[in-house]
Structures are given as C-alpha cells and as structure tokens.
Design a protein around this ligand. Structure first.
Ligand SMILES: [Fe+2]
Ligand SMILES: [Fe+2]
Length: 498
C-alpha cells in the first residue's frame, strides 16, 4: 500500500513538472527545471541532460549538475548517452566501473564517483529522440529499478515536448530578430548619414524603460511603472524600425543638405558663367568698333573704360552668385535678405539659343532659395514626414506575435506631441502611450547629439538636455519621463546591446 501511494505521488509530481515545463519558454531555465525534476523523481544524486544536434551529429549539454553550465559537446555515438540516443532504448547500469561502456575519465576529471547509472531517451510525440536524460547514483545506494526507468521515461517524454516548444519559440524569436536587423540594414543603406540612429534610439528607449522603476519619486506620475520583458522587447523592435518608412521617401529629398540639389546649383553656376561670357563678348565687340572708328590716343582711353566696366560687372556677377550660394545653405536668414534675391531674379539675359529674355533666377529657384528654416520646401517637408505613415503601413503587414502586437502603434506615434501639434495624426495627450513617449524623447535626443550629417553639427549632451527641457516646458514632451532620462543619465547608462 505504501509503495502504491509513493508511486501515485511520483506520478502526480511528474504531472506538476509537466505543467511547469510547458510554461517555461526559456531553454536554459527549462533544462535546469527538467534536470532537478528528474533527480527528484528517481531519487538520484545527480542528473544530466543531453540534447541531440542532428545537423552536427552531436549530443550537447548546458546543464550538468556539478560541472556548471558550460556547453559540452560529444559525438553522437560516444558513451552511454550516445548509445541511448542512437538505439532509442534505455540503459540501466547497476555498477558503472564494471561496465565497459562507462567512460571513467569523466569521473577522473570531476572527482566524482559514479556507481549506478540510469539513462533514458527523451522521445517526442513522433517517437524521435530529442535528447537523453541521465541519472547518477541512486540515493539509497542500490541500483535504479524498472519503476525508476518507467518514471524517468515518462518525464523524458514531457521534457521532450517542452524542449521542442522552447526551441521553436527560440527559432521564432531569432527569425524576428534577424528580420528586424535586416530591415535596419535596408534603411541605413538608403540613408547612410543616419547610420546607427535606429540602434541608438532602441538603446536609449529601452534604457529609459529600465531606469523607470528605479527612479522613485523622480518618475512623477509614472512612479512604480515598469516594462515587462515582453513590453521591453516590443519597445525595442518599435524603436529599431521607427524610421523604416524612410525607404518610401525619395532619396534626393532624404539626403538633401542644401536648399537646391547639387545639380540645380551647378546649373545655376553655368548660367552665371554664360551671362558673364556674353558680357565679355559684348565688350570685345565694342572694343573692335572703338578701334575701327576712333583715333588711336582717344581709343586707348575708351578701351580702358570698357575693360574697367567689364571688370566691375565681373565683380557684380560673382557677388550675386556668392549671395545665391549663401542663400542655398540651410541657415535661418534674417528678414530682408530675400529682397536682394528678388532683385537678382528680376535681372534678365538673352538665352543663347532662343535669343529670348530670361530671368537670372527661375521662380522655382527663388522659392527654394527663400526657405527660411532648414533646407526643405513645404512639399519636401511633407514628403519626409510621410515616413511615419510608411513605417506604420509596413509594420502592420507583419503578423506580430501576441506579445509584440503593439510594435506598429508604438512606432506610429514617434513624431506626435503631447500638445496635439505633432504629426501625422495630431494625437491628443491621452492617446499617446508610455512606450511612444519614451521613444520620442530618445529619438529627439539622438537626432540632436548625432554627428550624422556633414552639414549638421552635433549638439553636446547638456545643450541637448536644455533643448529637450524647453520642449517639455512647452508641453510637447513628457516632463516626468524627461526628468528620469536626465537624472538617471540614460545616454551614459543604457545597455550597449539592449
Ligand atoms: Fe522619424
Ligand atoms: Fe528617428
């Protein structure tokens, strides 16, 4: 009766373990769990677990009680574990040192004395050997029994299912990870000047998330908030992909440094040179006329006048061109400077082929050169802003797993402002979620401090903090989160590889 009760208890124990195993997705923790359960079920001193790696024809283990968690690999056909894995049958050895299959070297290395061994295959539902469970030294000093073999095999079956589950889960995670990284490579290939931005924003966002629960009162209304490991991963993916939509923005707009594109400026330079050459030619013609019609001593004086006028004109034209070049840079221009631009635009010259009068500057050039802030026209700015919508459209195409389903939404809000004046949806404060707010701060900080464009100087950290604080004061950014960001020095403390 007592034995029957024990058996029922052990079987019940296996069921409990099976439930726990199914819930554990992390392979390392799962393997530890199995090994401890196995040792308990058969009352063994130690237990180890080997997994089959068919691609390499090897058995490998990470968890071997007593030896630590180093990864050990052995050929599939070696030793007792190898024999069990290849024959798919259990081996029960009552006296290890009398059995030729036992490798005494392992004991010599570890100082352990193996006496009894029970080794069973871990079979999947399809009957395939996934791994091997090996129990050493029954605690009562006797050999392992048939019942032990039965119990360990039952546990092995549960363990096999759980390991397959965890491996599959791990593969899916790896797949997502690889896909996200490949997407980042694609964005950065398109816009090399923003290289590293996505990774840095992910690092800062996750870093801020990690600091939040430790911030105490500093976190204000977010006091006590924290991210679960799944939410952390969700935020990380959203941050890595937040600017992916830039692949949908025309490249010349994306990498535009000045108001005119380089070819447009070259074209303009050519035009000013043509205008000068025309005037030079005109001067030469005048000089010929003077020489033909004027007495020599008077001619010398008039020729000098023509030369002086031409030199003056040359200075004027190159002055105009230099002014145009200065307008072309993306600076904030003082009022009035554009008057001179309009004056230049009103001047005309004769088109060398058509003979028609043409303005020095076209209407389109004047519009572009009179941009007050930055280097983009209204249309170009809208086009750049559309990257957020492109990002969202792209991300919603992906069948995210349940724990990652908010990735598209988090990324969609990264240019929204708490004042409702952000884009593209002008969301209200209540509609902007915590992870999005963390990413917005990180995105702006990195845009300010990165020296990623030849024409843009990197802002030092303290100055970037001041700019962010100004935005928070205007109600655009989350003040509480920004306080944590600055006080915990997230840029200095965030994990390098989040
Ligand atoms: Fe963006
Ligand atoms: Fe960004």
């Amino acid at each position: 009766m007592n034995r029957l009760q024990q058996r029922v208890e052990k079987l019940g124990g296996i069921l409990d373990v099976a439930k726990a195993l199914v819930a554990e997705r992390d392979l390392d923790r799962l393997l530890t769990l199995i090994v401890h359960a196995a040792a308990r079920v058969v009352e063994a001193d130690r237990c180890s677990l080997f997994l089959v790696d068919r691609d390499r024809g090897e058995l490998w283990t990470k968890v071997a009680q007593g030896i630590g968690t180093k990864e050990i690999r052995i050929p599939m056909n070696r030793g007792i574990a190898g024999a069990v894995a290849t024959t798919n049958a259990a081996i029960n050895i009552p006296d290890a040192y009398k059995d030729p299959r036992f490798n005494q070297n392992v004991d010599k290395q570890t100082g352990y004395k193996t006496r009894t061994i029970l080794c069973v295959p871990m079979r999947s539902v399809e009957g395939e050997v996934v791994g091997v469970l090996q129990a050493l030294n029954k605690l009562d000093g006797r050999a392992f029994t048939d019942e032990d073999e039965e119990l360990l095999s039952a546990l092995g079956g549960q363990a096999a299912a759980a390991v397959n589950n965890a491996l599959l889960h791990h593969e899916i995670e790896q797949l997502f990870e690889g896909f996200v990284r490949a997407s980042v490579v694609a964005i950065e290939a398109r816009d090399p000047t923003t290289a590293g931005h996505s990774g840095r924003v992910a690092r800062l966002s996750v870093g801020l998330g990690d600091m939040l629960p430790r911030a105490g009162k500093t976190a204000g209304r977010w006091k006590g908030s924290s991210l679960t490991s799944q939410e952390r991963q969700e935020l990380r993916y959203a941050a890595m992909l937040h600017d992916f939509g830039k692949v949908g923005v025309r490249e010349n707009v994306l990498v535009k440094a000045n108001k005119l594109e380089p070819l447009e400026l070259e074209n303009l330079r050519g035009r000013f040179e043509t205008i000068y050459v025309q005037e030079e030619l005109q001067a030469e013609r005048e000089k010929v006329q003077i020489l033909l019609r004027t007495p020599a001593d008077e001619a010398r004086h008039r020729l000098a006048q023509v030369d002086a006028r031409l030199a003056e004109r040359r200075r004027e034209l190159s002055g105009m061109f230099e002014f145009v070049v200065s307008c072309n840079r993306p600076t904030v221009l003082p009022e009035g400077t554009f008057d001179r631009l309009h004056d230049i635009a009103r001047a005309t010259f004769l088109g060398p082929f058509s003979g028609e009068k043409r303005p020095f500057l076209s209407e389109n050039e004047v519009v572009k050169l009179s941009i007050r802030k930055g280097s983009l026209t209204e249309g170009e700015r809208r086009e750049i802003e559309s990257h957020v919508t492109h990002t969202y459209r792209f991300l919603t195409q992906i069948p995210w797993t349940r724990t990652l389903k908010r990735v598209p939404d988090i990324a969609y809000g990264h240019h929204e402002k708490l004042t409702g004046k952000g884009y593209p949806r002008s969301l209200k404060e209540s509609e902007i979620a915590l992870p999005t707010r963390m990413m917005t701060i990180s995105d702006i900080y990195d845009a300010l401090t990165a020296s990623d464009r030849p024409y843009k100087r990197a802002v030092p950290k303290e100055k970037a903090y001041d700019i962010l604080l100004d935005e928070a004061k205007r109600g655009e950014l989350d003040q509480d989160l920004l306080r944590v960001f600055i006080e915990a020095d997230v840029p200095g403390n965030a994990p390098q590889e989040p």
